[in-house]
Design a protein around this ligand. Structure first.
Ligand SMILES: [Zn+2]
Length: 272
C-alpha cells in the first residue's frame, strides 16, 4: 500500500493529489462516520515524508524493529482489534506510536499474522505438530482479521484460518470457495496443517436438495422400479414428463446417484 503510494509519488508530481483524494473519497464512502475520526491519510503522509532512511543506513535495524513489533503485539494481542484494522494498519500504528520507526521493507503481512498466534504444545491428536492458537479478534466463534479489498480499498472481514490457507508464507495466493474446518478440534487454531477446507454443507445442493430438483429420491426409486419391471426409458420418460436421456442417465447411475445407491437397475448386460 505504501509502496504503491511511493511509486505514484515518483511517477509524476501532478498525479499525487488526484489519487490521494480519490482514495480518501473511497474510504469515506466505506466508513462515513469513522473516516474523520481515524484520520486515514495520516500514515500515508508519514510514509511519504519519512522514507526508510534509518534502515538504509543500518540494515540490521529491520530485524530488530520486527522483533520489537512482535514483542509489543504478543504482550497484549487482544488490544489490537484485528476485526477493525488490517495487519499492516495494526503494525503501522505500533511502529509509529510506540517504536517511532517506519515500516521495515522486510515486514510482510504474514509476519504480522504470526505475531497473533501462540504456539501450543503438540498433542497426540495433532501428531506432533503444535496448534497455532489465534490471539486476535474472534467473531461468532471464529478467528477473524481485516483485509483490504484490492479494488474498492474497503475493509473486509475474513476468517483468519481461511486467510492463512489462501495466503501461505512466501507462496502463491489462492482462492477458496469453501469454509475452514479444524482437524485438531481447536477452532482458534490457525496452523495450516490442522485446517482443511470443506464445502459449507456437503448435502445442501445435491440430489433432491438441489434447488432445481424436480423429483424426490423416492420418486426416482419408483422410476427405477417401473424400468426394472420392463418399461423402456422412453415410456418412463413420457409418464413422468421428462427427457428420455435423463431417464437413461438415471438408470446408468450417472445422475441422481444418491437416490439409486444400492439399487439394482436393469441394464444391457443384466442388473447392476
Ligand atoms: Zn491445531
Amino acid at each position: 500500500m505504501v509502496l504503491r503510494g511511493w511509486k505514484k509519488f515518483f511517477r509524476s508530481e501532478k498525479d499525487t493529489i488526484a489519487p490521494a483524494s480519490t482514495i480518501g473519497g473511497a474510504a469515506e464512502r466505506a466508513h462515513p462516520k469513522k473516516a474523520s475520526a481515524q484520520k486515514d491519510d495520516k500514515p500515508k503522509k508519514r510514509a511519504l515524508g519519512r522514507p526508510r532512511a534509518p534502515y538504509r543506513k543500518e540494515p540490521h535495524l529491520e530485524k530488530q524493529v520486527i522483533a520489537d513489533l512482535s514483542k509489543k503485539i504478543r504482550e497484549k494481542p487482544k488490544k489490537f482489534r484485528t476485526d477493525r484494522a488490517t495487519l499492516f494498519e495494526i503494525a503501522d500504528s505500533v511502529l509509529s506510536e510506540e517504536l517511532k520507526m517506519p515500516r521495515p521493507q522486510k515486514l510482510k503481512a504474514h509476519d504480522v499474522f504470526t505475531m497473533f498466534w501462540t504456539v501450543r504444545r503438540p498433542s497426540k491428536k495433532t501428531q506432533g505438530s503444535p496448534c497455532h492458537e489465534w490471539q486476535g479478534s474472534v467473531l461468532k466463534g471464529a478467528p477473524v482479521l481485516t483485509t483490504l479489498q484490492s479494488q474498492a480499498k474497503r475493509h473486509v472481514l475474513v476468517d483468519a484460518r481461511k486467510y492463512i490457507v489462501e495466503n501461505p508464507a512466501g507462496g502463491k495466493r489462492r482462492n477458496f470457495r469453501t469454509v475452514p474446518e479444524n482437524m485438531c478440534g481447536n477452532p482458534f487454531c490457525v496452523n495450516t496443517k490442522h485446517i482443511r477446507m470443506v464445502r459449507k454443507n456437503p448435502l445442501s445442493h445435491q440430489g433432491e436438495n438441489h434447488p432445481r430438483a424436480k423429483f424426490s429420491d423416492s420418486q426416482i426409486v419408483r422410476m427405477v422400479k417401473e424400468f426394472n419391471a420392463g418399461k423402456s426409458a422412453k415410456e418412463v420418460a413420457e409418464k413422468w414428463g421428462i427427457h428420455t436421456t435423463y431417464v437413461k442417465q438415471i438408470m446408468e447411475k450417472k445422475k441422481r446417484t444418491e437416490a439409486t445407491r444400492g439399487l439394482k437397475i436393469r441394464g444391457r448386460f443384466g442388473f447392476k
